[in-house]
Design a protein around this ligand. Structure first.
Ligand code: GLN
Length: 560
């Protein structure tokens, strides 16, 4: 397999720190209280965006207190999407927020779980590296956690932002919080800033916001020895007069550092502006003694303005296995939204359970949609529905965007209905006499589930004259992968001759990375996950062109 990933200079599990902070890096720690799902990830991304607007370089990481080594083996129902970094780590979806809000270069060191921390410490213990000492949570586990923060403090990074998953008060968060307390003690409080995200619940019956849970949550944090510098209060209503001062007094945080983060009406990308309006960037810069010429968010503001003023809308069907949860395909929905902005269109989603289309009425399910996207997935459930969807789009001239398993579905459909191989399939779901999607030799003997797929960024060469070559506007791109199965090269010429072009190949020509239909308005299916690289101010070219094709399809249908 051709690797093209950036080499990491040190790995989790190294005995001693192989990094040296230059002493100039500052640290922001973000904790959460009261309930989970407050949007800590978004807030970290927003803080990163604010600091970047001052010309600083940031990197963002997340500590997840669960015991899985990474979320790669977890169900999307439990965990939402698995986000893949360029260096091939399977990580928490919050890293997607970090990358969409900032230019931070995220690596496998940016998502550390309890499982990873213990794995490193236990491996070291087995090697005998602790020289007879008793291995304990303090200092060994907490040291490993602190090393995980310091590892990011390279000379080109001004600020490391570290999010702690979960909620203060959880048993499993304790070693992480203890490590952060120690970190401030050892590195100087002037170099560390603690942000606590909390909830002000609104009681409908009495019509008021309550501060008590915030007081308790900050109390828990203080018991551990962390006094937050900033409180970000999530709320559905504006804070009434005097509430800021009340929270300030009870929680020992200056009133100007008690910020309101009200639910956004329109887009999450407004959060940096909301925090900037309350002076969060100033608070951070003052703490760290950093002077900057000022903040420039013009491009960001222009993007939001454009997002808010579409001239039309398109409806995209997303046909997948986990459509009930927005988080399962988070980056896909975000990428479609970015692409909508680029096309001055609001993108509406019709989320369709693939399983329902195994024998359901495709006309009814897809009527009126302007494009179909079939995302990645695993296993048999829903595959037939995805295959039928691809066939429907192919025959009706409906724009189709297949991603990973969505490419497999398109390839299987083409083999069955155009090449006439009735039982064509992927070897992922059983035996077939036409394995158009199959395992490459490297994957044949893999038995472990965790971290064993083809993961991370690989180069892809685009074939001249293809639709994708035109979309990207360059000859070679890097895209991130997460799969085991590949297009079977034995079928290449049959597909090409029958009208499915192999328009993206690995540089050696050995792997098929993109297929597209020649005689179709827009039918592109990719082996990789382009959704990991779309940004609100830099939409991914394939998503952009897919939505443009959906817009054109709508115009044509409206004209009929
Ligand atoms: N299940 C397929 C494979 O492993 C596709 C994976 C995906 O869609 N991410 O190859």
């Amino acid at each position: 397999m051709e690797a093209a990933r950036p080499s990491a200079s040190c790995t989790v599990g190294a005995v001693s720190s192989c990094f040296e902070s230059d002493g100039m890096t500052q640290y922001i720690f973000v904790t959460g209280g009261v309930v989970s799902s407050l949007g800590k990830g978004l807030t970290c991304g927003a803080v990163g965006a604010l600091l970047e607007s001052h010309g600083l370089t940031v990197v963002i990481q997340k500590f997840d207190p669960y015991i899985n080594v990474d979320p790669g083996t977890m169900s999307p129902y439990q965990h939402g999407e698995v986000y893949v970094t360029a260096d091939g780590a399977e990580t928490d979806l919050d890293l997607g927020h970090y990358e969409r809000f900032t230019h931070a270069k995220l690596t496998k060191h940016c998502n550390i779980t309890t499982g990873k921390v213990y794995d490193a410490v236990i491996r070291r213990e087995r090697r005998g590296d602790y020289l007879g000492s008793t291995v304990q949570v303090i200092p060994h586990i907490t040291d490993e956690i602190k090393d995980g923060v310091k590892r990011l403090a390279t000379s080109d990074v001004d600020v490391v932002i570290t999010e702690i998953g979960g909620t203060v008060g959880d048993i499993e968060s304790l070693p992480f919080l203890e490590a952060l307390r120690q970190f401030g003690h050892e590195n100087g409080r002037e170099n560390c800033l603690y942000i606590h995200l909390t909830l002000l619940p609104y009681l409908r019956a009495s019509g008021e916001l309550k501060t008590k849970p915030t007081q308790h949550s900050v109390g828990r944090l203080r018991e551990i020895g962390i006094i937050p510098d900033v409180l970000v209060c999530r709320t559905e209503k504006p804070m009434p007069e005097g509430m800021r001062e009340k929270i300030s007094l009870f929680c020992n945080v200056p009133a100007k550092a008690v910020l309101e983060e009200k639910d956004v009406d329109f887009t999450i990308y407004e959060v940096p502006l909301i925090l900037r309006a309350q002076g969060l960037d100033r608070i951070i810069l003052d703490r760290f003694g950093i002077e900057t010429p000022g903040s420039n968010m013009d491009e960001w503001i222009a993007m939001i303005e454009k997002m808010k003023s579409p001239t039309g809308d398109v409806e995209i069907a997303v046909v997948g296995k986990y459509v009930e949860l927005m988080d399962s395909y988070k980056s896909i929905y975000e990428s479609l939204t970015h692409a909508g902005t680029a096309n001055s269109a609001r993108v509406r989603f019709r989320r369709i359970q693939a399983e329902d289309l195994s024998d359901g009425d495709l006309d009814a399910a897809l009527s009126g949609v302007d494009g179909v996207l079939v995302p990645g997935g695993f296993g048999e459930r829903g595959l037939l529905g995805k295959i039928r969807t691809a066939g429907y789009a192919r025959e009706k001239g409906l724009p189709y965007f297949g991603i990973c398993y969505g490419m497999h579905a398109a390839v299987i459909e083409f083999a069955r209905n155009v090449l006439g191989h009735e039982d064509a399939s992927s070897t992922e779901v059983g035996d077939t006499s036409h394995p158009v999607i199959t395992l490459l030799d490297e994957q044949m003997n893999v038995t472990d589930m965790g971290g064993t797929m083809r993961l991370g960024a690989y180069p892809c060469t685009l074939v001249d004259g293809s639709r994708v070559r035109e979309a990207y506007g360059v000859e070679q791109v890097d895209e991130r992968h997460r799969h085991r199965y590949e297009f079977n090269n034995d079928y290449r010429s049959a597909f090409e001759e029958a009208g499915m072009t192999l328009s993206g190949l690995s540089p050696s020509g050995k792997l098929v990375e993109i297929v597209e239909l020649r005689d179709h308005p827009w039918f592109v299916a990719v082996q990789f996950h382009p959704e990991y690289q779309s940004r609100p101010i830099k939409p991914h070219p394939l998503f952009r062109d897919f939505v443009a094709a959906a817009k054109a399809h709508k115009k044509k249908s409206d004209g009929n």
